[in-house]
Design a protein around this ligand. Structure first.
Ligand SMILES: [Zn+2]
Length: 87
């Protein structure tokens, strides 16, 4: 099974795979195959309760968020590595 948002299949993803509602259940999204997507929990979490018109829209949003978070994480870790080197 693949995370349809990143379109990746790896073991870590498989461990945290879940089924998500494209149109959130919290907003009366229905449990219909057209409204269900398989994605890993990190993507699911990032998607949150936002409402997207299409899967493509949801995917673009989640991937952009992941990228943002990765960049801030990378700059944080390189900063702490830099500090450690100075100390
Ligand atoms: Zn994912």
């Amino acid at each position: 099974m693949k995370c349809l948002i990143e379109f990746m299949a790896n073991f870590e993803n498989a461990l945290v795979m879940s089924v998500d509602f494209l149109h959130p259940r919290a907003h009366q999204g229905r449990k219909h195959p057209h409204n269900l997507i398989a994605c890993c929990r990190p993507c699911n979490m990032l998607k949150g309760r936002h409402i997207f018109k299409t899967f493509e829209e949801a995917k673009a949003y989640v991937l952009a968020r992941r990228d943002e978070l990765r960049k801030s994480w990378e700059s944080e870790t390189s900063r702490s590595r830099g500090n450690a080197a100075k100390a």
